[in-house]
Design a protein around this ligand. Structure first.
Ligand code: HEC
Ligand code: HEC
Length: 327
């Protein structure tokens, strides 16, 4: 796998962090099963007032150049955190090169964006307001500071009041509340044998046996390493979409290493039944097709339709409960 995978030390450190998170969440039904997949914590430590402030900013179109779009336009929360279209349109009318990932469980990823060019949610917001939303931080600050309710909330939550760094902090805190715990599979991991059906369990065993789990593992079944797409066979989405203006923003754009061409963060499979279309260009419409292409492209195997359906059945058990924050 060479340099296309995350460095082992980093993975180990991350694994420990995830182990701690999983442990910290408290086990509901006894011991955690020894599996390469970890449950989403049922609860994260949050600052409630910050979360509410961040939630309002997340839905506020004044963060964009012409007050036309908010984070929620492309990442609607009632749409499982993404817009359900292949590629979204920015404020300036340009169409994005890449499919919009979900914001749910994004906090568990080693890096943000398909190529992981930033590591924190705060840095991610810094770029998005400029690039997707065509604005700048002076304008955002001015608009937010003009609003009495915002001024009062910021004064209560932050010593420095309305500042760009605090706006990013509040939105990031809200995003950290966007987890989807208690999926049926997580309940199974926590010891509840009845949470998944025997067929779904068979699907999980196949997922491990085929080797899907070598890339899709950890809390997000993905999000913790980078890998080349189309290792054995090019995926359907190999060619950049027609009309693409920018170079493909792959991992090579971050590391400068030619070995990282066509390398992306392995996407999370949490709630994947709800986040079509698939792959970095969003050009694969069904989960059935995505799974077939994965077996062929990443593992060099043709799987049968019954095998495909077993895998899809297992993936359905990863659907969690939206807004799992402590209340
Ligand atoms: C015009 C659509 C659009 C808007 C508006 C938008 N995003 Fe995104 N978002 C995207 C796209 C497209 C990507 C993937 C870009 C890439 O990987 O290069 C993305 C990536 C992300 C990611 C990374 C997720 C991951 O798994 O890598 C997060 C987190 C995120 N956006 C949060 C936000 C927040 C918070 C806002 C508001 C401040 C916002 N987005 C506004 C389209 C949008
Ligand atoms: C060698 C690493 C690797 C293996 C093995 C692997 N995947 Fe993937 N998977 C990826 C990468 C990388 C992507 C992103 C591909 C892209 O966007 O072009 C991905 C994407 C996906 C997606 C689409 C997710 C989305 O939101 O777009 C699904 C579904 C998926 N994989 C399921 C599977 C299944 C099922 C298997 C086993 C049959 C499997 N994967 C094996 C690395 C892997």
């Amino acid at each position: 796998m060479g340099s296309s995978c995350a460095r082992p030390t980093r993975l180990v450190a991350f694994g420990l962090l995830l182990g701690w998170l999983a442990g910290a969440s408290g086990s509901l039904a006894g011991e955690l099963r020894h599996e390469p997949v970890l449950p989403v914590p049922t609860c994260t430590a949050m600052d409630g007032e910050k979360v509410q402030l961040g939630k309002r900013l997340y839905h506020d179109v004044r963060l964009s150049a012409n007050n036309s779009i908010s984070c929620a336009t492309c990442h609607p929360l009632d749409g499982w955190g993404m817009d359900g279209i292949p590629r979204s349109t920015r404020v300036d009318g340009d169409i994005n090169t890449l499919n919009t990932p979900t914001v749910f469980n994004a906090l568990f990823n080693i890096g943000q964006f398909w190529n992981g060019r930033v590591t924190s949610l705060e840095e991610q917001i810094e770029e998005t307001v400029r690039v997707e939303m065509g604005s700048n931080w002076n304008d955002v600050l001015r608009k937010v500071a003009q609003d009495d309710a915002y001024r009062q909330s910021f004064a209560r939550v932050y010593r420095g009041g309305v500042q760009a760094v605090n706006i990013r902090d509040a939105i990031a805190e809200f995003e950290r509340s966007l987890i989807t715990p208690n999926s049926r599979f997580d309940r199974y991991l926590r010891g509840d044998d009845q949470a998944i059906t025997p067929r779904e369990k068979q699907g999980y065993e196949l997922f491990k046996k085929l080797g899907c789990v070598s890339c899709h593992q950890g809390v997000n079944l993905g999000g913790n390493l980078y890998h080349r797409t189309g290792v054995f066979n090019r995926l359907e989405s190999g060619a950049p979409p027609a009309g693409t203006k920018e170079p493909e923003p792959d991992r090579m754009a971050v590391t400068g290493d030619p070995e990282d061409a066509r390398v992306y963060k392995v996407p999370s499979l949490r709630n994947v039944t709800r986040t079509a279309p698939y792959f970095h260009h969003g050009d694969v419409e069904t989960l059935e097709d995505a799974v077939m292409l994965m077996a062929r492209g990443q593992l060099g195997r043709s799987i049968s339709v019954p095998e495909r359906d077993l895998l899809v059945g297992f993936l359905g058990t990863l659907e969690g409960i939206l807004y799992g924050e402590c209340r």
